[in-house]
Write a protein that binds this ligand. Structure first.
Ligand code: DON
Length: 575
């Protein structure tokens, strides 16, 4: 089975420059690498310009929510690979007073979407249709998201927050090497899918000044007219007219009906940490809770970082959590999800009961766990980037936003200056059929009009002793949850600095396909051989990079340490 093809192509392109092979032994002997330290505030994101704009908003007296809006929009300008106006995302927050919340601006299926829309007459899945072009596009949530955050928690006027972003689009930014490469690689596909050239289809060199006047004007209109500019105004109308030309089924009614939703975050204990993460329609919080609670009884610290026993216990917990994900999880507005049971100690203890240290569990011989009294109820009425921000007042956010694949559906609305998502591929188009991340979904995540597709995005905040301790998250499709997990463990169990925790090599397992992926040349050979002998299928080829974590750790003296992933152009900026 081919796993993660889209995701890998995307990451291959960005991976090579900064990637250093770090065998486990070398990591142990290495001096710790410390990330940027600041005393007051910090923004860590995929691009220097976006972190700078967010940090400047904070220095101007704005709060983390103002900085979130600025950073999110700046990423749409200078990281269009994943930053977006045409996609969606999630933000988890903790205010300076300790209030917790999360916000869901995930895309939705258009009203005209139907369960079998990606199947041919024989019932075969035509996978391209959910990935490329007009039919792949879900109703975008990002603009609704930033306005909802602003209304509830923002402090500066929206025009003030958006002005530096508009300037960035108009005056331009310098392409990094990986960006220039990426634009060059995708250029022909953009031209092919859109049927015409655009500013993204030229030949690019690093350090070229890249401007996007159409996007500057779209952002100006949004700053002036507010949310409705996108969900029904000139921008919305142009977007729908564009989609019509590209066989899309989204209408102005879909845009008008879109609402971002406040959601109760998933909150749980791991030892003396309180973890606060995203609830459905993301699977992130629940799966993270399940995995952490399943491994909690095992002495990982004693086993050692990336040791045979540690990898085995984590892999087996991941196997069980991802099997549950595929059966139980979907959009909570459409399906009932037994959240409390899924993350209860009793249930998870039971789930690990058939774990054997001697040999691997076989994925095809196990499936989701049994929850007593659970009746599956379909309620009538189912490329990414992460940034973390801590402000000078003590507010913290973790936000992950996405177009799904790199540049989403590859549809670029020339007149408006932005790409459109292909989030429809996150639905399970046909039970048992893997999506672009190899994830297999069930009924809970089947396509229905106006339903949100299940996500793996895991923006996460952590408290220790009742105080903010960490903010983190990552892109990476199905590998998001396991990358967040390992980063937390690296600091908490293995005493790494934030930067080392982000840098450390990662592995991933997701129940099906039954393989364990390892970042190449980064793990002890002996360890991998022993795991293979126990029956684990080791894959060191197909995942050159797993995740791209951006994080902030609050140090015991109250200062902040940034962890900006070496795997990309990610940068921490603060003061
Ligand atoms: O919501 C999800 O889980 C996916 N659409 C995320 C896609 C992603 O992370 C791609 N990034 N590398």
């Amino acid at each position: 089975m081919k796993l993660l093809p889209y995701f890998l192509v995307s990451f291959l392109l960005l991976s090579c420059k900064n990637q250093t092979a770090t065998p486990e032994t070398a990591i142990k002997d290495k001096e710790p690498e410390i990330g940027l330290i600041t005393q007051n505030a910090m923004v860590v994101s995929a691009r220097e310009e976006a972190s700078r704009i967010g940090s400047d908003i904070l220095e101007k007296g704005g709060n983390a929510f103002d900085a979130m809006i600025a950073t999110e929009m700046a990423l749409a300008v200078c990281y269009p690979y994943a930053g977006n106006l045409g996609g969606g995302g999630f933000i988890v927050y903790r205010t300076q007073y300790g209030e917790l919340g999360s916000f869901d601006y995930r895309e939705k299926a258009p009203m005209a979407a139907s369960r079998d829309m990606y199947l041919d007459e024989e019932g075969n899945f035509i996978s391209d249709k959910s990935k490329v072009g007009g039919l792949a596009v879900g109703v975008p949530g990002t603009v609704a998201g930033i306005f909802a955050v602003h209304e509830k928690l923002g402090s500066l006027p929206i025009e003030v927050i958006l002005q530096p972003v508009i300037d960035l689009a108009r005056k331009g930014y310098l392409l990094t090497e990986s960006q220039a490469d990426r634009y060059n690689v995708y250029g022909p596909e953009f031209e092919n899918v859109n049927g015409e050239p655009s500013i993204y289809t030229a030949k690019f060199k690093p350090k070229l000044l890249f401007k996007n006047e159409a996007l500057a004007q779209t952002l100006e209109r949004i700053a002036m007219n507010g949310r409705s500019e996108f969900y029904g105004g000139e921008t919305g109308k142009k977007l729908i007219a564009f989609l019509k030309k590209h066989k899309g089924i989204m209408t102005l009614e879909d845009l008008k009906a879109y609402e971002a939703e406040w959601r109760e975050p998933v909150t749980f204990k791991y030892k003396d940490l309180t973890v606060i993460s995203m609830a459905p329609p993301s699977s992130g919080g629940i799966c993270l809770a399940q995995i952490l609670k399943m491994i909690e009884p095992y002495p990982l610290k004693e086993y050692g970082h990336n040791s045979e026993k540690t990898i085995q216990v984590i892999t087996e917990a991941e196997r069980r959590a991802y099997a549950d994900r595929s059966y139980y999880l979907g959009d909570p507005d459409f399906v009932s999800i037994p959240v409390d049971s899924l993350i209860s100690d009793r249930y998870l203890k039971n789930r690990m009961e058939n774990f054997s240290e001697e040999k691997a569990t076989i994925s095809t011989e196990m499936s989701y766990g049994n929850i007593e009294g659970y009746v599956k109820m379909l309620q009538e009425s189912t490329e990414t980037t992460h940034y973390s921000i801590v402000d000078q007042f003590g507010n913290a956010i973790a936000a992950t936003t996405t177009l799904n694949a790199a540049f989403g559906s590859k549809l670029y609305v020339k007149e408006l200056g932005f790409f459109l998502n292909n989030e429809m591929d996150d639905f399970s188009a046909k039970p048992g059929e893997p999506n672009m991340f190899g994830l297999i979904g069930g009924e809970a995540n089947a396509i229905e009009p106006q339903k949100r597709m299940l996500s793996s995005m895991t923006p996460t905040l952590i408290e220790k002793d009742g105080k903010l301790w960490m903010s983190l998250g990552t892109p990476g499709g199905s590998t998001i949850i396991t990358s967040v997990l390992q980063t937390i463990l690296n600091v908490y169990e293995f005493d790494m600095s934030m930067q080392d925790a982000v840098n450390a090599p990662r592995f991933h397992h997701q129940w099906l396909p039954d393989i364990v992926q390892f970042e190449p040349d980064s793990f002890n050979r002996n360890t991998l051989e022993k795991l293979a002998k126990k029956g684990y299928t080791i894959d060191e080829v197909n995942a050159p990079v797993i995740g791209k974590v951006d994080a902030i750790l609050v140090l015991p003296n109250g200062a902040l340490e940034g962890g900006a992933d070496r795997r990309g152009d990610d940068t921490a900026i603060g003061f």
